[in-house]
Write a protein that binds this ligand. Structure first.
Ligand code: PLP
Ligand code: ZN
Length: 381
C-alpha cells in the first residue's frame, strides 16, 4: 500500500490517507486515490514474479489495501485475453484481443470493483456493506460478500430485471426494492449509509471501485508482454470502468513501465450517450478552463443494454477526462448493432457477451469502418 491520499476530480482539493469519507468535502466531487509511484515500483514488479497471486491482489502495492488476509477467497481477475484473428478480419483489422471478464465469480467486470471495496470495508470493520445497482454491481457485491460472510444490503429500482433480483437473493443479500429510479435508489442508499455508518459501495461516489477496475489494464499489459495496445475499447454507462482502465495505464506510465498509454474508445448506445455527448462537446469547443466547469447533461436512457443504460453518469467527469487525456474517441451505436455484435463476437471468438459488453465490439466495428481505427492498429475490447 503506497497511497498518499485523495484528490478531487472536479476541484482538485486533496485529502490525507487518513480521510475516511467518500466524496470531496469541498465540492462533493468524486475522489481519486493517489500513490507514491516511485515507492511502489519495486514492490509492484516483485509481486508479478514467481509465485504471483492468481488474482487482482497481486497488484496490492498499487491498491488501497494493506491486509490481504481480508481478500475474498473466490478468484477475481486474471481473466483470459484472447487474440481473435477471425473477429479482427470481420472489421478489416489485423490485431484484436478480447478480454473475457465474464469469467469472474459473479460473471462480470464489477467483481474487480467489488473485491477492492470489500477489502477496504473490512479493513474499516464496517458492519454492513451497501450499494445501489441496476444489476451487475449488486450481484457482484452480493457474491463477494457471501464468500466472506459480510452482511450486504442492495438497493435497486423495483423495475430491475427479475433475473438480476433473483441472483442477489440467491447470494443472500438483503434486497431493498425502491419505488423509483436507479437515481433515487442511489440517493436513498447514500442517506441510509450516512445515518447508519454503513460502507457505501455506490459507483463513482466510492473511490475504491475505480482502483479495482484499473487492474484490468495491469493484466492486459502483462498479457501483451508488458506492452500497451494502440486502443482499448470500453463499454460505458456510469463511466467508472472507463476511468478505471485509464487510471491503470496512467499508473504504469508513472512507474516508467510504458512509454505511451493507449487511446480509449468510449463505447455507448445511441440512447444512453451522456458521456459521449460531453466528450464531443469538449472535442469541438476545447477543454473548459476548469474541469469543474464541465456540464454533463443527463439523458433519458432507453437502450436494451441494461448494464449501460444510465441517465446521469455517476463517474462522468473522470470518464470524459480519461477519453480526452488519452486522445481517445467516443462512439455510439443503435441497439440493432449491439444485438448483432453478440453472435458476431460469439461465432468469431467463442466469447459470449451480454448486450452491454458487446457494445464495445459494435463500436470498434464502426470506428474501423469510419477509419478512426486504422487497419494496423491493435485493439483490446
Ligand atoms: C457496469 C457495466 C458496464 C459499464 O460500466 P460503467 O462503470 O457503468 O461505465 C459495462 N458492461 C457491463 C457488462 C457492466 O456490467
Ligand atoms: Zn472537490
Amino acid at each position: 500500500m503506497n497511497t498518499t491520499g485523495y484528490s478531487c476530480f472536479s476541484c482538485g482539493a486533496t485529502q490525507p490517507s487518513s480521510f475516511s469519507g467518500f466524496t470531496c468535502p469541498a465540492c462533493g466531487g468524486n475522489l481519486d486515490v493517489t500513490y507514491d509511484h516511485a515507492a511502489a515500483r519495486a514492490g509492484f514488479l516483485a509481486a508479478l514474479g514467481e509465485g504471483a497471486r492468481p488474482d487482482i491482489f497481486r497488484y496490492a502495492p498499487l491498491l488501497p489495501v494493506h491486509d490481504l488476509a481480508l481478500a475474498p477467497p473466490v478468484r477475481v481477475g486474471q481473466t483470459p485475453l484472447y487474440h481473435a484473428d477471425r473477429l479482427a478480419a470481420v472489421a478489416g483489422l489485423q490485431n484484436v484481443w478480447v478480454k473475457d471478464d465474464g469469467l469472474n465469480p459473479s460473471a462480470s467486470f464489477k467483481d474487480r470493483a467489488g473485491a477492492v471495496a470489500l477489502v477496504v470495508a473490512r479493513q474499516r470493520k464496517a458492519a454492513v456493506i451497501a450499494g445501489a445497482t441496476t444489476g451487475n454491481a449488486g450481484s457482484s457485491m452480493a457474491c463477494l460478500s457471501a464468500s466472506v460472510g459480510q452482511p450486504c444490503v442492495i438497493f435497486l429500482p423495483e423495475k430491475a430485471p427479475p433475473a438480476k433480483i433473483a441472483q442477489l437473493l440467491v447470494f443472500g443479500a438483503k434486497v431493498i426494492a425502491v419505488r423509483g429510479t436507479y437515481d433515487q435508489a442511489f440517493d436513498l442508499c447514500v442517506e441510509v449509509c450516512r445515518a447508519r455508518g454503513w460502507f457505501n459501495r455506490n459507483t463513482g461516489a466510492n473511490p475504491f471501485t475505480r482502483e479495482g477496475k484499473k487492474t484490468c489494464s495491469f493484466e492486459i499489459w502483462e498479457q501483451l508482454g508488458r506492452r500497451a495496445p494502440d486502443w482499448v475499447a470500453v463499454s460505458c454507462g456510469d463511466g467508472n470502468i472507463l476511468s478505471g482502465i485509464w487510471k491503470g495505464w496512467c499508473d504504469l506510465k508513472a512507474m516508467g513501465l510504458i512509454e505511451r498509454a493507449p487511446r480509449l474508445l468510449c463505447a455507448q448506445a445511441h440512447t444512453s450517450n451522456a458521456i459521449s455527448r460531453a466528450v464531443w462537446s469538449v472535442q469541438r469547443a476545447g477543454r473548459p478552463a476548469r474541469w469543474s466547469d464541465l456540464r454533463i447533461e443527463p439523458v433519458q436512457a432507453t437502450t436494451l443494454a441494461d448494464s449501460i443504460s444510465v441517465d446521469l453518469p455517476r463517474d462522468g467527469l473522470a470518464a470524459v477526462r480519461a477519453v480526452i487525456e488519452s486522445r481517445g474517441i467516443a462512439v455510439t451505436v443503435p441497439d440493432e448493432d449491439i444485438l448483432a455484435a453478440i453472435p458476431e463476437l460469439a461465432r468469431n471468438s467463442g466469447v459470449f457477451a451480454e448486450p452491454a459488453a458487446s457494445c464495445s465490439w459494435a463500436c470498434v466495428r464502426k470506428a474501423a469502418r469510419d477509419g478512426q481505427i486504422k487497419r494496423g492498429e491493435s485493439v483490446v475490447c
